[in-house]
Design a protein around this ligand. Structure first.
Ligand SMILES: *Cc1c(COP(=O)(O)O)cnc(C)c1O
Length: 433
């Protein structure tokens, strides 16, 4: 797999380099130099393959032989050790549940696959690495879980003290082993600044091997192609076209779907469903891409004002907005509409959805209202509802059951290292490890 920078000012790199570097030095994004197309027979035969075999075929086509096929298969079997079922919620409407992994959110796909491939390369080279992650909640817990007990990897998670939910904090601070949580006296931006400063500090770079688990890493994108294909395999016997509605923030999830489509997956339309942070739906309507500070909403994992993966989506269509519009339908919804959708899904369809999932459902409704499509509508569920009880319980007027494994995490004792938000203290800490 060769990857180029979307800014085209640095040479192409191999998968390993893009994986450990994250971002090219010209501040572009790494993109595969070509997208392989799988034979039609692959899509026809999906129902005969387990999910992990479907995933392996996709990953192998993309990455090639940089990782031997048998090793790649093993990495995937370990990483994707949970299901991604489609649930029939209403007539012709299906929910693709992506929250059956350890952190109960779809980010487990990206984080676990990335951890697996990183660990494989480190073992080959006999090296050790420190992964630094700044988090406002969800990414940190998926990364912590994904890299937990991975040989050769120390994970350091920076989170803003008092600014994440109790459940999120427990998910970050109770693993132990190779995962250390730094509780920063500051806000998320301080955490992010500390991580960025560490990568720019030549002294630190010389002394320790640092890497990030950033959401723009190519290794987080690859596994996000898997479940679109898996959903198609589960529904293709119905013999209808399919539409995928994707609740979006940084647009990595949607980008994965579009790559799967470019690899041959038949898709009628994708729906880019956002909350009021509507930079992309606005762009599809007006042709103007105007990033701006994010606004807080009840679907907070999608509160992104500058969706960093969207340039990749444009790049997949050679920068041609008309081609993007042909395949991507945009919709932005308010918190009020999201709450109404949670209520409707629960009362009428007996389906309990997290706020992000409800946004995706509304994306489908809007699409089918504005077209005469007879496709099956698939909305992606990116988190388990029990992660958002504070939003959901007042809306449905009932308490939400917490799954056993989450209850156990909440009961564990928190272990964190408290730290001020100045770089001196952080650097000293890193050097003392
Ligand atoms: C991260 C996240 C999203 C947004 O996904 P992107 O790939 O950033 O568009 C949606 N829902 C949940 C629950 C998330 O954690």
């Amino acid at each position: 797999m060769n990857l180029y920078s979307t800014k085209h000012t640095v040479p192409e790199v191999d998968f390993r380099t893009a994986l450990f570097q994250g971002l090219p030095s010209d501040n572009g994004l790494y993109m595969p130099d070509h997208i392989p197309v799988l034979p039609e027979s692959f899509f026809q035969d999906l129902h005969k393959m387990p999910f992990t075999e479907q995933a392996f075929q996709m990953a192998h086509a993309l990455i090639g032989d940089e990782i031997p096929a048998e090793d790649l298969r093993e990495i995937i079997t370990k990483a994707i050790n949970f299901a991604a079922p489609v649930i029939n919620v209403a007539e012709d409407r299906y929910c693709l549940e992506l929250f059956h992994g350890p952190s109960l959110a779809f980010k487990d796909f990206g984080a676990r696959f990335m951890a697996g491939v990183m660990s494989w390369y480190l073992k080959e080279a006999g090296e050790k690495i420190h992964i630094l992650v700044a988090t406002s909640g969800d990414t940190g817990s998926a990364v912590a879980q994904g890299f937990y007990n991975m040989p050769g990897i120390e994970v350091i998670i920076l989170y803003p003290s008092g600014k994440v939910s109790l459940t999120q904090e427990k998910q970050l601070t109770t693993l132990g082993q190779n995962v250390t949580a730094l509780e920063i006296n500051g806000v998320f931006d301080d955490c992010q600044r500390l991580v960025k400063s560490a990568f720019l500090d030549e002294d630190l770079q010389r002394k320790i091997n640092l890497s990030s688990a950033n959401s723009i890493n190519i290794a987080r994108l690859i596994p996000q192609t898997f479940y679109y294909v898996h959903a198609y395999g589960q529904l293709k016997h119905i013999g209808r076209p399919m539409v995928f509605s994707v609740p979006s923030g940084n647009f990595g999830n949607l980008c994965g779907g579009i790559i799967a489509h470019k690899m041959g997956l038949p898709v009628e339309r994708f729906i880019a469903a956002t909350n009021v942070n509507d930079v992309v739906p606005e762009y599809l309507e007006t042709g103007i891409f105007a990033p701006r500070p994010s606004v807080a909403t009840i679907s907070n994992a999608m509160d992104v004002g500058n969706p960093s993966n969207f340039p990749r989506i444009l790049e997949l269509w050679g920068g041609d907005i008309e081609k993007v519009r042909e395949k991507v339908f945009g919709l932005s919804v308010s918190d009020e509409a999201t709450e109404e959708a949670i209520k409707l899904l629960y009362n009428k369809h007996k389906y309990l959805a997290c706020p992000h999932t409800a946004v995706a459902w509304l994306g489908l409704e809007a699409y089918f209202e504005s077209t005469n499509s007879d496709a099956l509508g698939i909305f992606l569920s990116t988190a388990h509802p029990s992660k958002f009880t504070d939003v959901i319980e007042p809306v449905i007027g009932q308490s939400v059951e917490i799954p056993e494994r989450l209850q156990q995490i909440i009961l564990r004792d928190k272990e964190s290292v408290l730290m001020e938000s100045d770089f001196g203290a952080f650097k000293e800490y890193l050097l003392s490890r």
